[in-house]
Design a protein around this ligand. Structure first.
Ligand code: HXC
Length: 516
């Protein structure tokens, strides 16, 4: 028996070497960790249970019959993060560039199936040259199997992917189907076609970094949710992200022991909104003061910064936060911020995370660029996402809530459970200036002194609509708050809403047609 046990121990040691010592050195020389080193950093110590470590490919073409390694270039199994179970796969670039062949894909697909049955999040650490070219269509089949499982798992278990190397061609679609993507600067790349193909097809010279580096995807494309300077920081934030999420859609988000006072009244909140309605302020200052201290965790920080989304806690209870950011475009909505908000709200709804919305929106950005880019279709997504969401929804109108922006940003009319407003709220069909120019077009044309006339009617309009009380008189606002009352009020309402059961009378249907 001892011999047999020793053989197993030896085989296990072989598995740990992946593609061999030389390739491990190469991996380190590129500033990258190996698949197993990554898992050690990501997971709680000594919690990883690996399986399928002896799986090998069965390709005999193009010399692959002589190139085999146990595990076939991906390490899969279950481990724990903060004591909670997760499924993980970590691609091993040291074996044939972490390329995805039939058996490599099979391991990931089987992991997904197990994770779905058990109901635990899947975390993928991707570092791969893409489809294993020698295996031809078998590797494409493998990718298809993974994509299918990504879709089946969507909205059932959280899916998080860290890109820690190249990710090219169709390979990008598995991360794209996941909920959150992390990238690490200088080692991660994502593109459908690489710089060589771009040069051949379009004659454009572009570097890997310019085409699909971390910065590009975090700021311009919006494909990626978090970027970091190194792998350690990325793992730290994956762990932090998970601390706000339930294990699956039947589970509740984990409530932590609160370290902040629930009835903390922040007087600073009373003076954050400037007297001048045209003056901007940083909405993140408000979020920091309202939520449990240090609990706000921003998602897609660099993309569409005119909207802010992220997770936070109220008396230890995780919530999703959506806010307009007056520092950028005065907080107006546009195509990118619509995508950002709607996707985030849908994620929260799928995973039982209440949504708290802070509104200061003068409307949608006008102009041909936005119209031709389909702002109508994109803006509609926000309305769709809020209307569809059945999780507790609380909205706080801080200042401007004009027109379509007012309706879209979690208004009462789209099913908000409670709408609160600060005394600075201005809830109106449009801004005073624009409104009077339409209503009083003829009078302005005839006026002896048009500016004086406009100033007078703007003042009248402002008195009537640019406050929360007209909307409150109609019942569109449930409560007007002194800003400092926001935190305790939110906590009380949130606790009440944890008992919420939304049984919307729905006509049976397969699914709606979201304006994607
Ligand atoms: C087979 C591959 C491979 C692949 C890398 N390797 N990618 N083998 N299939 N897709 C092998 C390399 O030949 C090399 O083998 C080893 O992995 C390490 O790769 P290097 O090139 O030495 O590493 P590096 O210099 O870091 O370059 C990494 C790379 C480059 C940028 C990823 O390897 C590369 O361009 N690979 C091809 C990428 C690609 O075109 N993939 C798309 C495939 S089609 P040795 O023998 O030296 O150890 C596709 C479609 C998917 O993915 C569609 C899904 C729906």
């Amino acid at each position: 028996m001892n011999d047999k046990i020793n053989r197993l121990i030896k085989l296990r040691e072989e598995c740990k070497l992946g593609g061999g010592k030389e390739y491990i050195e190469r991996q380190h020389s590129k500033g990258k960790l190996t698949a197993r080193e990554r898992l050690e950093l990501l997971l709680d110590p000594d919690t990883f249970i690996e399986f399928d470590e002896f799986i090998q490919h069965r390709c005999i073409d193009f010399g692959l019959d002589k190139r085999r390694a146990p595990g076939d270039g991906v390490v899969v199994g279950f481990g724990k993060i903060d004591g909670r179970p997760v499924a993980v796969y970590s691609q091993d670039f040291t074996f044939i560039g972490g390329s995805v062949g039939e058996m490599h894909a099979l391991k990931i697909a089987r992991l997904y199936e197990a994770a779905l049955k058990i109901g635990v999040p899947v975390i993928g650490l991707n570092d791969s040259g893409g489809a294993r070219i020698q295996e031809g269509v078998d590797s494409l089949k493998g990718y298809g199997d993974i994509f299918y499982r990504n879709v089946m798992a969507s909205g059932v278990i959280p899916q998080i992917v860290a890109i820690l190397g190249p990710c090219a061609g169709g390979a990008v679609y598995s991360p794209a189907l996941a909920d959150f993507i992390f990238m690490v600067k200088k080692i991660s790349y994502m593109f459908i076609t690489g710089p060589k193909v771009v040069k051949a097809a379009l004659g454009q010279e572009v570097t890997f970094e310019e085409l699909g580096g971390a910065d590009v995807h975090a700021k311009l494309s919006g494909v990626v949710h978090f970027i970091h300077d190194n792998e350690e920081e990325a793992f730290r934030d994956i762990r932090r992200l998970l601390s706000y999420l339930p294990l699956n859609n039947m589970d509740d988000p984990p409530i932590v022991e609160p370290e902040d006072e629930p009835d903390r009244m922040e007087e600073k909140l009373d003076s954050i909104i400037p007297e001048d309605p045209l003056k901007p302020y940083d909405v993140k200052e408000i979020l920091e003061l309202v939520f449990d201290e240090g609990s706000f965790f921003e998602v897609q920080k660099l993309y569409a910064p005119n909207a802010v989304v992220g997770f936070a806690r109220l008396d230890g209870i995780p919530v999703g936060v959506v806010a307009n950011q007056p520092l950028v475009y005065g907080g107006s909505l546009d195509i990118n911020s619509s995508d950002k908000i709607s996707r985030f709200v849908r994620f929260c709804d799928a995973f039982n995370i209440p949504v708290i919305t802070f509104v200061d929106v003068p409307g949608f950005i006008p102009g041909t660029a936005q119209e031709h880019g389909g702002v109508i279709r994109h803006g509609a997504k926000i309305i769709y996402a809020y209307s569809e969401a059945t999780v507790p929804k609380i909205t706080i109108i801080l200042r401007k809530a004009y027109g379509g922006g007012y309706i879209a940003m979690g208004s009462k009319h789209l099913g908000a459970d409670f709408v609160l407003a600060w005394p600075s709220a201005e809830i109106a069909v449009m801004g005073p200036q624009g409104a009077v120019e339409i209503i009083y077009k003829r009078e302005i044309a005839k006026a002896e002194n048009p500016d004086e006339f406009i100033n007078k009617v703007v003042k009248d309009y402002r008195e009537k609509f640019a406050n929360p009380y007209f909307a409150a008189s109609r019942g569109y606002v449930d409560k007007v708050l002194i800003p400092r009352e926001t935190r305790p009020t939110l906590i009380n309402l949130l606790k009440l809403l944890l008992m919420k059961r939304d049984l919307k009378p729905r006509i049976p249907k397969k699914h709606g047609i979201m304006p994607v």
